[in-house]
Design a protein around this ligand. Structure first.
Ligand code: URA
Length: 212
């Protein structure tokens, strides 16, 4: 505290005046002119996941999304919100656990938007049922209200504010339908824009600030 009052501590080369200033393993900290901690490089990546790739960091059987990322620090990454092997679309990867927690915790209510094709025609009553939520016995919980927008006979856009295991497939199952293709278009304010399947890019600094 005395060092802070004496304006001797710098984080990211800025003098710290607040004793509550947050520091983590990505912060570069110095006292006077001595380096106390060299911050690790925080990585934030968006990937257009193609169908057939597993949302895992390694697997003996199937190719994983990490196989698509030729970055020297790819082994440090974890996935912020998985997609099923049969799903495609926006996947976020990072080595910053605080950021991924903010994106994936149901309490944070970050919107995730999916384009869904179904085997059977989508009944209009499904809109109300998705909004009401479904009780999932296995987890003993009721899903948060979700928006279902019917775009065609077998095509819909679904917005979730959480990410439960196989959530969209299970929700369509409850309305006696079956998902035949599922594509995640966006997470919060982040969309895939024109990133082709299999391609990835690092997020710009301003893109990592407001996930919601
Ligand atoms: N819901 C699913 O059922 N699968 C996904 O991959 C994502 C959401």
């Amino acid at each position: 505290m005395q060092a802070i009052a004496g304006k001797r501590v710098r984080v990211e080369d800025q003098v710290v005046t607040d004793g509550q200033h947050e520091v983590d393993r990505f912060s570069t900290v110095s006292l006077d002119d001595t380096l106390v901690q060299q911050g690790e490089q925080a990585l934030y990546i968006m990937l257009h996941k193609p169908v057939g790739y597993l949302s895992a960091t390694s697997d003996p059987q199937h190719p994983t999304v990490i196989d698509l990322i030729d970055h020297p620090a790819r082994e440090t990454l974890h996935i912020a919100g998985r997609l099923d092997r049969s799903s495609s679309g926006l996947l976020l990867l990072t080595n910053d656990g605080r950021w991924s927690k903010r994106l994936t915790e149901p309490g944070e209510k970050v919107d995730k938007v999916y384009l869904v094709e179904t085997a059977e025609p989508i009944v209009p009553e499904a809109v109300e049922l998705f909004a009401r939520g479904f009780y999932f016995h296995t987890e003993d919980l009721t899903t948060l209200p979700a928006e279902l927008e019917i775009l065609g006979e077998r095509l819909a856009r679904v917005t979730l504010h959480e990410g439960r295991y196989h959530q969209i497939k299970r929700m369509f199952h409850r309305v006696e339908n079956r998902v035949i293709s599922l594509h995640r278009e966006s997470i919060g304010s982040l969309g895939l824009s024109d990133l082709p399947p299999g391609a990835w890019r690092e997020l710009r600094r301003n893109e990592t600030l407001t996930p919601g």
